[in-house]
Design a protein around this ligand. Sequence first.
Ligand code: COA
Length: 164
Amino acid sequence: MPKVTVPKDQLGRVNFVDRVFLITGKPHTSVNPLTGPRKRKPQTEREREREMATATTTGGGTSGEGPKIVWNQPQQRFETEDKKAYIQYALRDGGRVMDIVHTFVPPSKRGLGLASHLCVSAFRHAKTNSMSVVPTCSYVSDTFLPRNPTWNSLLYSEDLKSHM
Ligand code: COA
């Protein structure tokens, strides 16, 4: 990189970006060395959902990509590919409400955030299909939602749970 010299008295006339380039020989970037590149805000509904999923899986005790979760529509479940872990729901109000009734993870896989991944799949599905959610399952109401409060926006009603 050829070194460019600008007389000190002219430096004030050079804008900040060019000045960084002239002094360091490297282009100016706004990357903070401590926090890394600035994150672009999600632009589309799909991007927003992806971000929510990432946030929730992280909050649920895992990071990065989670296990593959499959929608088993006939049995009203979201489950792992081996079907051993699942979240069970029932449809209410003509299919407009997803009542999450039970979550199950085999003992050998507990504490790794698997139930959280199952919840994210169920909540994403509800969101995509404009459904409300009733968190009958205690894992969802007492653990998943307090740790991932962004999903509270999908809840049907606190009162409804006891009457359904
Ligand atoms: N209600 C609320 N929270 C519960 C819970 C329950 N019945 N059982 C466990 N949790 C909490 C744990 O305290 C744990 O908290 P910690 O992270 O502070 O230790 C947290 O869930 C673990 O989260 P995660 O790793 O995402 O869950 P998991 O993959 O271990 O699965 C269950 C959690 C509840 C699905 C699993 O323990 C299970 O299948 N239990 C038997 C069935 C059951 O009780 N289901 C819930 C009621 S429908």
